[in-house]
Ligand binder design. Structure first.
Ligand code: CUA
Length: 172
């Protein structure tokens, strides 16, 4: 009978741990299965896909739109994203340190930023407006102040932006 109590306690402990600190388990597992082929977190800003000049919204050769972004303690780079309404946008996100979670307030969309890996997802924002992007994964002392902004603008307005103006925007 004592043994069952012990097993039950350990199971409860494991469930509690996994439900609150799951990234401590899923990150090593992810890397074990070859998920560690992504960008090196410590040199993100210096070379490769996530250098400063490559961040924000960029148009591909086929006219498709890709947004690249870095999450780090305790900011998103860029802090403000500008995208057109009604167009599928491919997001490519990584982290420079720990796990962060972008949630686009006012939408159902969310994206996890994982160090050493690129998270990809395609979202279409139908409503024009300003949406806050709070971090929804506890990432340290500045977690509750970690928030970016997404400006969804009409398609023609986005089309008239210069490449440099697609990298970031004014925080409101
Ligand atoms: Cu980043 Cu919480």
């Amino acid at each position: 009978m004592k043994k069952i109590g012990f097993v039950a306690a350990m199971t409860l402990f494991a469930v509690a741990l996994l439900s609150t600190r799951y990234y401590m388990a899923d990150l090593p597992i992810y890397h074990f299965f070859g998920g560690g082929e992504g960008p090196e977190p410590s040199v993100l800003h210096l070379r490769g896909e996530f250098v400063e000049s490559n961040l924000g919204a960029a148009e591909g050769p086929s006219g498709s739109l890709t947004v690249r972004m870095i999450a780090q303690q305790f900011v998103f780079v860029p802090q403000c994203l500008v995208v057109p309404a009604g167009v599928p946008i491919a997001f490519r996100i990584t982290s420079a340190d720990v796990v962060h979670m972008l949630s686009f307030l006012g939408t159902d969309y969310g994206l996890k930023a994982v160090p050493g890996a690129v998270t990809e997802a395609t979202f279409t924002f139908t409503k024009v407006g300003t949406f806050k992007i709070p971090c929804h994964e506890f990432c340290g002392a500045g977690h509750y102040a970690m928030r970016g902004q997404l400006n969804v603008v009409p398609r023609d307005q986005f089309a008239s932006l210069l490449p440099g103006e697609r990298r970031t925007c004014e925080l409101r």
